[in-house]
Design a protein around this ligand. Sequence first.
Ligand code: GDP
Ligand code: MN
Length: 386
Amino acid sequence: MKIHEYQAKELFRRYSIPVPEGGVAATLAEALAMADKLGGYPLVVKAQIHAGGRGRGGGVKLAANRDELLSHAEEILGMTLVTPQTGPEGRLVQWVLIEQAADIGREFYLSLLPDRESATIVIMASSAGGMDIEQTAAAMPDKFIKVRVNPLQGLQPHHIRQVLFGLAIAPGMMKQWSALVAALYRLFVENDCSLVEINPLVITGSGAPLAVDAKIELDGNALFRHADLQRYRDSNEEDPLEAKARQYNLNYIRLSGNVGNMVNGAGLAMATMDIIKRAGAEPANFLDVGGGATAEMVEKGFAIILSDHNVKGIFINIFGGILRCDVLATGIVEAVKKCNVTVPLVIRMEGTNVEQGRKILADSGLRLITAMDMADAAAKVAEMVA
Ligand code: GDP
Ligand code: MN
C-alpha cells in the first residue's frame, strides 16, 4: 500500500528522522493557516498524490511570499497532475503539503527495499540524487552504492559505514548520518515496509541530513499487524474496482488486457493468466474468489469484471472443491441474468458435483460456451477477443 509524502514524514518524525517543518492542507484557507503558523518564507507547496515525478509535472512549487503561496496552492489544489509516473490521465490533487523550503546544496538518494533473490534488505544510496535519479541509475549504475543486510542478523555498524563512506560523509557528521541510516532501517522493519525512499536527501549547510522528500510503501499483507497505519489508506488513490473488490473480500488486481477471468484459488488464477497469454491473449485481471466462495461472491466478482470496459470476453475457470460446481453454476446464472452481459463467456469447470453444475448451466437458457479443458477454454476466449 502506498501512502502520501506527508504521512511518510509523520512516520519519519516518529523515528527522529529529520524532515522540514510543515503540514498538510485540503483547502486554501488551511494552506494559508499552515503558512502563517510556519511563520517565514520561502515555503514549498507540494501536491500529495501516490506517484512520483511531481516536480517535473508542476506539483512542487517554491513560494517566496504569501501571494505566491496563495497562487501556488490555488493552482495545485484540485489540479489533475500528470507526471511521468501517473500515466496520461493524471491524478486529482486533494491535498497539499506546505513546508519550510530547504536550502538545497547537494541532493543524495537513499532507499531501502527487500531483494527477493538474495533474501536481504538492500540499502541503496547515491550522491547523485534529485529529479534525474532514474536516468542516473540507467546511465551510471556505478554511482549507486548497494549494501545488502541479512534481516536475521540485522543492520550492523559495517553496513552503515559502507553507506556513509560511499556518500563521502564528513567524519564530523558521521554520528548524525549513522543515526539516520539506523532509524530508517528500524522504521522499515518495524512497519513491514516494502519500500522506503528519500530523494532528495539533502545535506544542509551544517552538513546534517534532511529528508526533503519521503516515499513509503507498506506491505498490504502485513497491515493487519499495524492498526495505526491502516488510517493511511487513501481510497481516492486506489483503482475503484480494486477498492470495491476488497469490500467483498475478493482478491482482485486489475491488469491491462481484455480477457476477464474468474478463478478460485490463487495458484489456479496464476495458471489461468499464463494459459490466456499462451493462447495469445492478455488477461484483464487477476481474480481469486477464494476456496470458500459463495454464490453471492461469484456474482459480485462477476459484476466487477464487467465494470471494466476493456473486457471483451470472460473466462471462468473453476475447480470445484470446497466451492461446489453446482453452487458456482447457480452464481453464474444469477449473475448473468442480473448483469447485462454483452461479452462472450467461456466456462471450464471440474470437480465436486460437476454434472449438476453443467446441467444448471445447460438448463439456464443462457448462451454460455463450455470448454473441454483449460487450454481449450483459453483458445476459445482468445479467439473471441482477437
Ligand atoms: P518528486 O518530484 O515527486 O520526487 O517530488 P520532490 O519532493 O522530490 O520534489 C521535486 C524537486 O523539487 C526536488 O528534487 C527538489 O529539487 C525540489 N524541491 C523540493 N522541495 C524543495 C525545497 O524545500 N527547497 C528547494 N530549494 N527545492 C525543493
Ligand atoms: Mn522526490
